[in-house]
Design a protein around this ligand. Structure first.
Ligand code: ZN
Length: 312
């Protein structure tokens, strides 16, 4: 049983990160990256999205990716499902968890899924029915939980209303997404405290983007408030293809490094994770924002002769 100091790091790079790459990443490469991440000790991943191939061509191989993943180590595989068709395909591919998603702000939801928030919530009922028959738990990703690029501040009461509706429907996990990096520690505190007070049994996941450079600070605030589950992307991949200027998720290796140095355990091998991050950078073909993969952990020593000229 994981102890009190155990934090679950959920890798979302293969979905949140890869989906915004224009150039198609070969299925074998995706599978290989996912299997390597599982090999590092990661036990939950959002691996793909059962969306329409027209909407997100990068995810058109969702079923093939699922089929290629090594299930023997027992990692839980989650996938996004936008509708009943996606849910049926996800069930057929034997996902361990379906993730329904919406934005709490009307304009972002409209631009992302072309529905009102109410229409999205109503649409989840049919997904829940498919999941119930297939005995697959449903989690949720709530975008713009900390602010909306089109509307600005998002009232915490609105987040609470949406969370209440999802829980009522039988959704098990609640993920607060900071799609465009608008979270601040104060907003994290307000939202986490409000939700845990209103729904004492809530299983809360925090999902930050590092758009304004304080993604890990927000995660640390969540940690201090008792949140146990955080989503991140290997090498800091990611972004939202529909939100102008949205940059990557907080970076998995950087998060794991921070957690370990703060005395938490994750079950993840940081050294191996850094190797995978470097490989992902080569796959993507451009510099990615991860920091620890460039500098190494603080315990990595440099040779004295080689670094003697570095001053300041
Ligand atoms: Zn995201």
């Amino acid at each position: 049983m994981p102890g009190d100091r155990h934090i679950e790091v959920v890798e979302v790079g293969p979905r949140d990160g890869f989906q915004m790459e224009h150039k198609f990443i070969p299925t074998e490469t995706k599978v290989d990256v996912i299997n390597s991440l599982i090999g590092c000790g990661i036990r939950k991943l959002e691996v793909t999205s059962f969306v329409s191939p027209r909407a997100v061509p990068q995810m058109r191989d969702a079923a093939e990716v699922m089929a290629g993943i090594d299930r023997t180590l027992g990692a839980r595989l989650a996938a996004l499902v936008p509708n009943v068709k996606g849910a049926e395909n996800a069930a057929r591919a034997k996902v361990d968890e379906m993730v329904v998603f919406l934005s709490v702000s009307e304009s972002h939801n409209k631009s992302n899924v072309n529905r009102s928030v109410e229409e999205s919530l109503e649409g989840f009922r049919a997904v829940m029915d498919v999941a119930r028959v297939a005995k697959i738990p449903v989690h949720s990703g709530i975008a713009t939980s900390f602010g909306c690029p089109f509307e600005g501040n998002v009232p915490v009461e609105r987040v609470k209303m949406v969370v209440g509706r999802l829980l009522e429907m039988g959704v098990q996990g609640i993920g607060l997404g900071d799609t465009t990096g608008m979270a601040t520690p104060r907003l994290v505190r307000e939202r986490v405290e409000t939700l845990t007070r209103a729904f004492p049994n809530i299983e809360l996941t925090l999902h930050f983007h590092n758009t304004r450079g304080i993604g890990l600070v927000n995660a640390f605030e969540g940690l201090n408030l008792g949140v146990k589950i955080f989503e991140s992307s290997i090498a800091g991949l990611g972004g939202c293809p529909f939100a102008p200027g949205a940059s990557g998720n907080i970076c998995t290796e950087d998060l794991v490094y921070m957690l370990h140095e703060a005395g938490y355990e994750t079950g993840i091998d940081l050294g191996k994770l850094i190797e995978v991050a470097r490989r992902v950078e080569r796959v993507i073909g451009r510099e990615l924002p991860g920091q620890v993969m460039k500098a190494g952990p603080r315990s990595a020593l440099h040779s004295l002769t080689g670094s003697a000229r570095a001053v300041g």
